[in-house]
Write a protein that binds this ligand. Structure first.
Ligand code: DX5
Ligand code: ZN
Length: 231
């Protein structure tokens, strides 16, 4: 189902820890840890070994996570054929489904199908995909995800140009009279969070900076504080 609009409302930073950096043998624990630590969403990275050079999880894991958390599931599809497979993730309980503009042939139809199913529709783009490629899609999206690393792996270094891209996308949305929430994914930590929030992002994905740390709750709180300092 779609997420409560109050999650994205107002001047706050929404935190979406990525379970890609968690221990895959103990996902339920990672998710409840994130929940107790005040996470707003659970970011699930789906990789198919085709669109990106890595394979992670699919619908059965989304369905299993749904059983162990009340947090909305934010499913990032890094797959070659999202148009043909979004239904699987909607059926499995995804609350947000985000597809790559580079992979979707029928983006308008696919975003519509996600919304029709009652979920929130996200669109995303790789670091070197021109920002203007989203111009005709932002009006149909609830969320725009700016990739700040090349998708496929956690723990990569934030690409500095991403800050400007967030700003450009915020301007493009305003030009189009659209107001999707802007999310950033890749290399987010206490240093990069304020940069992207200042540029207009309100949803931050963080994998390694949360689960790579000995204390995920403290890490999450520090990222929130750093991000909100730029509001
Ligand atoms: C990368 C994934 C990210 C990844 C982020 O392809 O989309 O969600 O988990 O991990 P960090 O925060 O470690 O860069
Ligand atoms: Zn992701």
């Amino acid at each position: 189902m779609s997420i409560d609009p109050s999650v994205f409302g107002g001047e706050r930073v929404v935190l979406a820890p990525s379970i890609l950096a968690a221990d895959f043998t103990r996902l339920a624990e990672a998710v409840s840890l994130a929940e107790e630590a005040g996470a707003d969403l659970v970011h699930v990275d789906v990789m198919d070994g085709c669109f990106v050079p890595n394979v992670t999880v699919g619908p059965p894991v989304v369905r299993a996570l749904k059983r162990v958390t009340s947090l909305p599931l934010d499913v990032h599809l890094m797959v070659a054929d999202p148009d043909g497979t979004v239904e699987w993730y909607l059926d499995a309980g995804a609350d947000i489904v985000t597809v790559h503009v580079e992979a979707s042939t029928h983006l308008h139809r696919t975003l519509g199908a996600v919304k029709e199913a009652g979920a929130s529709a996200g669109v995303t783009l790789n670091p070197a995909t021109p920002v203007h490629s989203l111009r005709d899609a932002v009006g149909y999206a609830d969320l725009v995800l700016v990739m700040s690393v090349n998708p496929g792996f956690g723990g990569q270094r934030f690409i500095p140009r991403s800050v400007e891209r967030v700003r450009e996308i915020a301007e493009l949305c305003a030009d189009e009279g659209a107001a999707p929430v802007i999310q950033v994914d890749g290399g987010i930590d206490v240093a990069t969070a304020p940069l992207v929030v200042e540029a207009g992002a309100r949803v931050l994905v963080a994998g390694n900076a949360v689960f790579g740390d000995g204390d995920p709750a403290a890490a999450l709180a520090a990222i929130r504080q750093a991000g909100e300092s730029a509001l």
